[in-house]
Design a protein around this ligand. Structure first.
Ligand code: QAP
Ligand code: CO
Length: 174
């Protein structure tokens, strides 16, 4: 399955993703195709809507202490729901769908999440640190929310200006 990253301002990113009902080979193929794309593009998290599929599936691969990403740390979440959250943390986030832009975003420091795996088995994960941030960022994608939607009015304006400039330069260098 050949996938491409959908980038802002594509309206597709605003779409709400539907719950996965069938844990079939189509779901497995989608997840299997998302992983290499995320690796090639230097991502640590990717939601299905970012490759054009409005379905509640996401993958996460947080680097270890030596900053290495291994498949052993790959987490796949289907139909995830945050069931508890506490604390506050600020991290400079980015997004594969909003290339080259990074900004500080406030999130919960710890979250508990219920989800299903690709076979449909129910799981619970308690996360903190970068994993907790990534979970919240990716779950936002399922409701059509991007990290730039969380910026103050003035920072959003700064983003729109910088992003337009970046797109123009990219176009001109082609
Ligand atoms: C979401 O983000 C996230 O601008 C995943 O040029 C963000 O993988 C989770 C990326 C922050 C936790 C903390 C961004 C790659 C990757 C770019 C990503 C870019 C190339 C972003
Ligand atoms: Co993102």
């Amino acid at each position: 399955m050949k996938l491409n990253i959908v980038t802002y301002p594509d309206k597709k990113l605003k779409q709400k993703s539907a719950k996965v009902e069938n844990f079939d080979t189509r779901l497995a193929e989608l997840l299997d195709s998302m992983y290499p794309l995320m690796m090639e593009t230097n991502g640590i998290g990717l939601a299905a809507i970012q490759v054009g599929y409005a379905t509640q599936a996401l993958i996460l691969n947080i680097p270890d202490k030596d900053d290495i990403q291994t498949i052993d740390n790959l987490v796949e979440m289907i139909n995830p729901v945050i069931t508890s959250k506490k604390g506050e943390t600020v991290y400079q986030e980015g997004c594969l769908s909003v290339p080259t832009f990074y900004e500080d975003i406030t999130r919960f420091e710890e979250v508990s999440v219920n989800f299903q795996d690709r076979q449909g088995n129910t799981k619970t994960l308690e996360a903190n640190g970068l994993l907790a941030i990534a979970i919240q960022h990716e779950i936002d994608h399922l409701s059509g929310v991007l990290f730039i939607d969380k910026l103050s009015y003035s920072r959003r304006k700064k983003f729109e200006k910088e992003y337009k400039k970046m797109l123009k330069e990219k176009k001109n260098s082609k």
